[in-house]
Design a protein around this ligand. Structure first.
Ligand SMILES: Nc1ncnc2c1ncn2[C@@H]1O[C@H](COP(=O)(O)OP(=O)(O)O)[C@@H](O)[C@H]1O
Ligand SMILES: [Mg+2]
Length: 257
């Protein structure tokens, strides 16, 4: 049997008295696309931050392709092959698009330590190719991100993740701030990743999107994993019941649909 991409056991994060995440067990198979759903405050983003080294977990173990990992920073997670689009974007406003795409991976013409400098032309060309591949249109790459719409910025972040991600891609609410066209584009990027066999964790409030895109749905509730379902074997009503913890034959909470 092939080694799972992720085997997480007992992942726990307490902020003082706030039990943001308790005893999360989670497995991701090779090439699998999983959605994490749950109400606001359920612990979804905490799960991601503690997996990718943004924060240090209170306890629990994480195996990534069979190896115990303990990322001290998000950069370490990136170096290990995990690309993440965080809910609160980590893009540099004052820098242009290629520099953002290459952040932490700048291409140097000569690697002479302090005398190295970035190969701007190569970075620009590769950025153009990468954005083209993901269907994202940015009129002027030399523009700083400050002048861009939220949707354009988010598309740059998603393209960056999709372009670099080799072993695992995580997207925390990637389309929450996007319009219909941009959302469709991102959904197509995700389908492309599935075809390439790149595993994905997608956090989304949009159940239509979740059912259209993923293999398995993991429901978080009040800092715990409430259950896991194969997408093809469940429906919106069951997932909403799991999210709310209320067994409601016909649910009234339309915000999840
Ligand atoms: N840095 C923090 N300090 C204290 N509490 C936090 C912190 N980050 C998140 N929390 C709390 O942890 C819980 C889970 O939050 P979060 O993971 O952001 O939920 P979700 O992403 O599912 O909406 C919430 O109650 C939130 O207020
Ligand atoms: Mg969140």
């Amino acid at each position: 049997m092939s080694v799972p991409v992720l085997e997480i056991q007992g992942l726990t994060k307490h902020y003082g008295g706030v039990h943001a995440l308790t005893d999360a067990d989670f497995t991701l198979a090779p090439g699998e696309h999983i959605a994490i759903v749950g109400d606001n405050g359920a612990g979804k983003s905490t799960f991601v931050r503690n997996l990718t080294g943004v924060e240090q977990r209170t306890r629990g173990s994480i195996k990534f392709y069979g190896e115990d990992v303990n990322f001290a920073s998000p950069l370490e997670a990136r170096d290990a092959g995990i690309e993440t689009v965080y809910q609160n974007l980590a893009l540099a406003d004052e820098l242009d698009v290629p520099t953002n795409i290459f952040l932490g991976r700048e291409k140097t013409k000569f690697d002479l330590g302090p005398f190295s400098w970035m190969d701007k032309k190569a970075m620009r060309q590769e950025s153009e190719q990468l954005l083209e591949k993901t269907g994202v249109k940015i009129p002027d790459l030399s523009q700083s991100l400050r002048g861009m719409s939220g949707g354009q910025r988010q598309c740059v972040a998603i393209s960056r993740a999709a372009g670099w991600g080799e072993k695992l891609i995580i997207m925390d609410e990637p389309t929450a701030a996007l319009g219909i066209q941009e959302t469709t584009r991102v959904e197509n990027i995700i389908r492309g990743l599935k075809e390439q066999g790149i595993p994905l964790i997608l956090i989304s409030h949009n159940l239509r999107q979740v059912f259209n895109l993923v293999d398995r749905i993991v429901v978080f509730r009040q800092g715990r994993i409430a259950g896991t379902k194969i997408a093809a074997e469940t429906d919106g009503n069951e997932i909403v019941s799991m999210i709310t913890g209320v067994d409601q034959g016909v649910h009234e909470n339309a915000s999840y649909i």
